[in-house]
Write a protein that binds this ligand. Structure first.
Ligand code: SF4
Ligand code: SF4
Length: 107
C-alpha cells in the first residue's frame, strides 16, 4: 500500500516523440482555471503537444498549460497523469463534441 502502489497506474514516460497519423476520437481539454501549471503532464505526452499558456493571457507567476489541439492524438495519458500524481484538470472530450463547442476543426 502507499505511495508506490498509488503510482502503479501512472503511465510510462514516452521513449520517443511521435506525431499524429489519424483523426483522434478524443481531445484533451485542460481546465485552465483548475490547472496549477505544475507541468507534470508535459513530459508524458507522446506527441509533445502540451505547452505553457503564454504569459500574456495570465498575469500570474505559474500559468496553466494548454494542448495544441491539432497535434493531440487523444491518448488520455495526460489526463491520467494529472489525476494520479497532481490534480484533475484535464478532461477528455469526444472530438465531434469538442469541434462543435469550440468551433475548431480537427484534422
Ligand atoms: S499535471 Fe494537471 S495541474 Fe499539472 S500542469 Fe498538467 S494539467 Fe495542469
Ligand atoms: S491526450 Fe494528452 S497526452 Fe495524449 S496526445 Fe493529447 S495532450 Fe498529449
Amino acid at each position: 500500500m502507499g505511495y508506490v502502489d498509488h503510482l502503479k497506474s501512472v503511465p510510462e514516460l514516452p521513449e520517443k516523440i511521435n506525431s499524429k497519423k489519424t483523426r483522434p476520437r478524443l481531445m484533451a481539454v485542460v481546465d485552465e482555471d483548475n490547472c496549477t501549471g505544475c507541468s507534470a503532464c508535459v513530459p508524458f505526452c507522446p506527441v509533445d503537444c502540451i505547452e505553457t499558456v503564454n504569459s500574456d493571457k495570465y498575469n500570474i507567476p505559474i500559468p496553466p498549460v494548454q494542448v495544441r489541439w491539432n497535434e493531440c492524438i487523444g491518448c488520455q495519458i495526460c489526463s491520467r497523469v494529472c489525476k494520479k500524481i497532481t490534480w484533475d484538470s484535464i478532461r477528455m472530450m469526444p472530438t465531434d463534441v469538442f469541434e462543435k463547442r469550440y468551433n475548431i476543426k480537427i484534422d
